[in-house]
Design a binder for this molecule. Structure first.
Ligand code: ATP
Ligand code: MG
Length: 360
């Protein structure tokens, strides 16, 4: 099997070395291979996707057939790549890994497709970023296991039909909405990955701790799980940083207290917000009375690019119900005031608020 040639994802946002970002960095990739569950039984959570996928794979195996094409959608770090490898392992099939951005021309795809062996799993990461001509070639390959290879150029060009062995395409995307319907429709099964519950992350953390030879208490795992933003990749990363702290500052055992202390050092708070998240929220509350305030103004107030605030900090704040995006600007929710331990204007001893003053 080909476990190692996963192409590096292209980072489009400036979230640099944040500990709570969901995208993988070099440090993650080095350990991720070791921490990846190898079969469905080891894969934590995602009950529905797991159960459905289990049926799809078992049925295919019973028929002695190649499994249907599978589309996996969900936020970064939830286990799409992991699941694609599990699909291949469960089918006893080799896996070929590539990604949408790596396929610039239809010819690139033709070369990959024509070299597949029967039953092989082709994992196409970031499938929404494939080029148009490649996409169209893929339609035919998925449906009829056939491609037309164009030979020559201009008026003399001819299409040579090429039969492909049956294969299973596993497509992964963080943006299922961006997939053209004809492509989406050609997948026999679509699994949507959800954010993980804290108890599930706790299981992920225990499992990783065992593999990394880290001694961890139940409450220590719970502490890390609560700050991991529903994302196994972040849970694993926080675990590694907490391990460092436990080794240097204590006897290496991760207790609840050690985990909390460590994550305070790394500025990841009890809800998983980091410094940038809190800066955005703090500015919104303290400078703009909770909003509404325009995105650009908010970005200037925290000394960040507009895109960084919008793409890096806001999605999680919105998901947590701390911030709302309204047509008039960004607005803090009552939960935001409570989280930062502040009193909303007009409700406390600090007097009337500035609501509306800094509109846009
Ligand atoms: N259900 C799970 N159980 C245990 N570990 C998991 C699970 N899901 C993901 N992980 C771990 O989280 C890390 C990230 O998972 P993975 O690389 O599969 O995410 P991804 O969805 O492909 O992310 P991206 O969108 O960035 O490619 C891996 O180290 C993997 O071991
Ligand atoms: Mg991946």
């Amino acid at each position: 099997m080909n476990w190692d040639d996963e192409s590096a994802p292209v980072t489009t946002t400036g979230d640099g070395d944040r500990l709570v970002k969901a995208a993988a960095d070099g440090d993650d990739r080095a350990v991720e291979a070791a921490l990846r569950p190898k079969d469905l039984g080891e894969f934590v959570g995602q009950e529905r996707v797991r159960e459905q996928l289990d049926l799809v794979l078992k049925a295919a195996r019973a028929r002695g057939a190649t499994a249907d094409h599978v589309l996996l959608s969900g936020a970064p770090g939830l286990g799409k790549t992991t699941l694609s490898m599990i699909i291949a392992a469960e089918m006893g099939a080799p896996i070929r890994i590539t990604s949408g951005p790596a396929i610039q021309h239809a010819g690139d795809l033709a070369a990959i497709l024509s070299s597949l062996t029967e039953g092989e799993v082709l994992f196409l990461d970031e499938i929404h970023r494939m080029s148009r001509p490649a996409e169209e070639m893929l339609y035919m390959a998925m449906e009829d296991f056939r491609v037309d290879v164009i030979v020559g150029k201009g008026p003399g060009a001819t299409a040579i039909p090429l039969e492909l062995p049956p294969f299973t395409l596993v497509g992964a995307t963080t943006r299922a909405g961006l997939l053209p319907p004809p492509l989406r429709d050609r997948f026999g099964f679509t699994g949507h990955m959800e954010f993980y519950a804290p108890v599930e992350l706790q299981r992920v953390i225990h499992r990783s701790a065992r593999l990394l030879d880290v001694e961890i208490e139940e409450a220590g795992a719970a502490e890390i799980a609560g700050r991991s933003r529903g994302t196994p990749r972040i849970a694993n990363r926080l675990l590694r940083r907490v391990r460092d702290y436990a080794q240097v500052k204590a006897d290496g055992v991760v207790t609840q207290e050690i985990a909390a202390q460590a994550l305070q050092v790394y500025e990841v708070d009890a809800r998983g917000l980091d410094r940038l998240d809190r800066a955005v929220l703090g500015a919104l509350l303290k400078l703009f009375g909770g909003g509404p305030v325009g995105l650009s103004t908010l970005a200037v107030a925290v000394g960040e690019e507009r895109e960084t605030v919008e793409e890096v900090a806001e999605p999680f704040l919105v998901r947590e119900g701390l911030l709302a995006r309204t047509p008039r600007g960004r607005v803090a929710t009552p939960a935001a005031w409570a989280h930062l331990g502040l009193t909303p204007p007009g409700q406390g001893p600090t007097g009337p608020g500035q609501q509306g003053l800094f509109d846009r």
